[in-house]
Design a protein around this ligand. Structure first.
Ligand code: LMR
Length: 416
């Protein structure tokens, strides 16, 4: 039979542009310039620019291997001890003990899988789909995940470019004006891409309005412990909503960044529900959705994580690993600022020091970002988000000097 395009089942498939951040990584890999710098995708690099297998993960892998690796299926909901320990970690021992019967948990394909599953279960439980409110800017996948599920996604202004700060009044305005029952995507900490989080006081205000207006908090918690190096501090907001405000919430956990398990896709969806019966039923729905989508999740990464979380010494080692990563990022943030100032880079760069987490949001125009890539082989997201972990003692001055050169030239051109 002859094949021709118009008879294809897929004839109407549009040509969707490649995902920007993965396409940028591919461009970086193909670049042959020896001193190229990758500040694109958010993946930790050590001071030599190499990926780092954390000490706790390396040790956990040894233990698992010594125990003998079997390759059996996990249960549909995932490795039970992983689910239990992940939920306990996120909520803290006391809150977890108090709320355990009201929790539904499911191991997921990292944070993305958890967000998707949260969207699926809400969809299957609601007769009409609630609207989803997403900060602008945000991680690009938020829109894709929820719109692919059929949700109407709305943006709210999170960042004020004129002050380079959180636009708290727009945030509150949105919370006060949207329909009850709407879902609000909350970055639990280390807002991606701006690096700007509400203060604890602001979180309390956000939570208070959300509770009063019956909005549903959906936490994207991809950076717990990685942001400040202190897990408790980073988990403040979600614990406040679930424990102090007693709100039903979804928490989407990822161990990609904080354990460095990027490729293993280790995540967990934790639903804090209002009663034990609701939790039990929700868990059965999660199990049924999971069975239809992936049957059962991958085992190895969940074993690595569960082994770390279940052993006091390994857990301490992991907390130290998070400090190692977050403090190196903090010191690079400082060094980048110092070099930008030293090289008389036009503009004020205080915002870099005010942001936290893996990313720096530089505030550069798109054409400057392109010039830095094309002329200086420095790769960053189009919105000028940089993954600070890509900086090290060997390249940070080069990056600052290049930014200074491009911005000075631009300033001189505009004065002509
Ligand atoms: C990022 O924001 O760069 C990472 O979370 C990687 C990704 O999947 O986009």
């Amino acid at each position: 039979m002859q094949m021709n395009g118009s008879s294809s089942v897929f004839a109407t498939a549009p040509n969707i542009p490649a995902d920007a951040i993965f396409a940028l990584t591919a461009e970086y890999v193909a670049d042959e310039f020896p001193d190229k710098v990758n500040l694109g995708q958010g993946a930790y690099r050590d001071e030599t620019g190499q990926p780092w297998v954390t000490t706790s993960v390396a040790r956990s892998r040894e233990i698992i291997t010594t125990q003998g690796l079997l390759h059996e299926y996990l249960p549909i909901l995932g490795l039970p001890e992983f689910r239990h320990r992940a939920a306990e970690l996120a909520l803290g021992r006391e809150i977890h003990a108090a709320r355990q019967s009201q929790l539904a948990t499911c191991q997921t394909l990292s944070g993305t899988g958890a967000l998707h599953l949260a969207g699926q279960i809400i969809k299957s439980c609601q007769s009409s789909l609630p609207k989803v409110y997403i900060p602008e800017p945000t991680w690009s996948n938020h829109h894709l995940i929820f719109s692919t599920l059929g949700y109407q996604c709305h943006e709210f202004q999170y960042y004020d470019p004129s002050t380079r700060a959180l636009d708290f009044s727009s945030y509150l305005f949105m919370l006060n004006s949207v329909d009850p029952g709407s879902i609000v995507i909350l970055h639990a900490c280390a807002h991606n891409p701006t690096g700007l989080d509400p203060t604890p006081q602001q979180w309390k205000e956000i939570g208070g309005i959300m509770k009063r207006r019956q909005l549903f908090p959906l936490f994207d918690a991809a950076y717990l412990g990685f942001n400040s190096g202190d897990f408790e501090q980073d988990a403040f907001a979600l614990r406040y909503f679930i424990h102090d405000l007693e709100m039903e919430s979804a928490v989407c956990l990822s161990f990609a960044k904080n354990m460095g398990l990027y490729g293993e896709r280790v995540g967990c969806l934790v639903l804090a529900t209002s009663t034990a019966v609701v939790a039990r039923n929700s868990q059965s729905v999660l199990e049924s959705i999971q069975r239809s989508e992936i049957s059962n999740p991958p085992a190895f990464g969940a074993r690595v994580a569960a082994t770390i979380l279940g052993d006091n010494d390994l857990r301490k080692l992991w907390f130290q690993d998070m400090k190692t990563m977050s403090s190196r990022i903090q010191s690079m943030r400082r060094l980048l600022y110092d070099y930008l100032v030293k090289h008389n880079t036009p503009g004020n760069w205080n915002h870099i020091l005010e942001q936290s987490g893996m990313f720096g949001f530089l505030g550069l125009a798109p054409e400057i970002v392109v010039e830095l890539k094309d002329k200086y082989h420095i790769y960053m997201a189009a919105n000028s988000r940089i993954s600070i972990a890509g900086l090290n003692a060997g390249n940070v001055e080069y990056v600052a000097r290049s930014i200074a050169t491009v911005l000075t030239r631009e300033q001189n051109d505009s004065h002509r």
